[in-house]
Design a protein around this ligand. Structure first.
Ligand code: NDP
Ligand code: 8X3
Length: 252
């Protein structure tokens, strides 16, 4: 198999949209996430629609042993990953630092930083062995700016920004491209997860303007992945037209 994309967090939102776009472009896929039934349904749909092969692997990226052993258990042919989309991530809560829920902090740090590191540690070695690859990290506008009550989520995405730069330096001699994409507001399950299932509060985040859709980000990730071999997009900010920066959204 010549073209394989491994997408973490493919059960919803941006990751799921990336799975559709990469399948449409003829990529075979390794899809991961915790919700196995969603992975199974998506794999069948993409196989039927695009005639691509899809492997699924269900694990929690916070669990170091599970993450490493599930990835290493993939059959050898799947380890020829050409594109890794490090997408699995989340926000929990939106509270001032002095009132923050410490469990939420640990969930965000363990998922957005440590989970991304565990996956990258395994897959970067596959790419080195294959002599090529492209790692695309999901940062955020929250990795470029800090907004009120965003404290720990913003810190995790600033860490992704730093890791993205570090990975690019370390993997340079191996010919591996490293890119970060930093979206503004994208309407996915993100806010429902942030507000722990409060759909009304989540809906309000996107009221009065047109946010990005997951597919807008996925198509841009495809643009990044489909540049010629000598071209790398290091870093990209992508915003809804109605959003100027983290804290300024024009709600008409
Ligand atoms: P969604 O909530 O829609 O999707 C998040 C995905 O991450 C799901 O597939 C989920 O799968 C997976 N995930 C979360 N926690 C874990 C875990 N512990 N182990 C494995 N998989 C996990 O959100 P988005 O699509 O919006 O978010 C995707 C990425 O984009 C995140 O990194 C987010 O921070 C970033 N982002 C989002 C923006 C937005 O406005 N929506 C803007 C900027 C960046 P499952 O629950 O099945 O495990
Ligand atoms: C998600 C976008 O502005 O909620 O990363 O942090 S924001």
């Amino acid at each position: 198999m010549s073209k394989i994309a491994l997408i973490t967090g493919a059960t919803a939102g941006i990751g799921e949209a990336c799975a559709h776009v990469f399948a449409r472009e003829g990529y075979n896929l390794v899809l991961t996430g915790r919700r196995l039934e969603r992975l199974e349904k998506l794999a069948k749909h993409l196989n039927d629609k695009y005639n691509v092969e899809v492997a699924i692997s269900s694990f929690d990226v916070r669990n170091r042993e599970d993450t490493i052993s599930n990835l290493e258990a993939l059959p050898e042919k799947w380890k020829k990953v050409t594109v890794l989309v490090n997408n699995a991530g989340l926000s929990q809560g939106l509270d001032p630092i002095q009132k923050g829920n410490i469990d939420d902090w640990e969930t965000m740090i363990d998922t957005n930083i440590k989970g991304l590191l565990y996956v990258s540690r395994v897959v970067s070695n596959w790419m080195i062995a294959n002599g090529k690859g492209h790692i695309i990290n999901l940062g955020s506008i929250a990795g470029k700016e800090v907004y009120a009550n965003g404290n720990v989520y913003c810190a995790t995405k600033h860490a992704v920004d730093a890791l993205n730069k570090g990975m690019r330096i370390d993997l340079l001699p191996h010919g591996i491209k490293v890119t970060a994409i930093h979206p503004g507001a994208v309407e996915t399950e993100f806010s429902e997860v942030r507000f722990k299932g409060d759909k009304e509060r989540a809906k309000k985040v996107y009221e009065g303007f047109e946010p990005l859709a997951a597919v807008d980000v996925a198509e841009t990730i495809w643009f990044i992945a489909s540049r010629p071999a000598h071209v790398n997009i290091n870093d990209m900010l992508i915003m809804p037209t109605a959003q100027a920066n983290a804290g300024t959204i024009f709600r008409g």
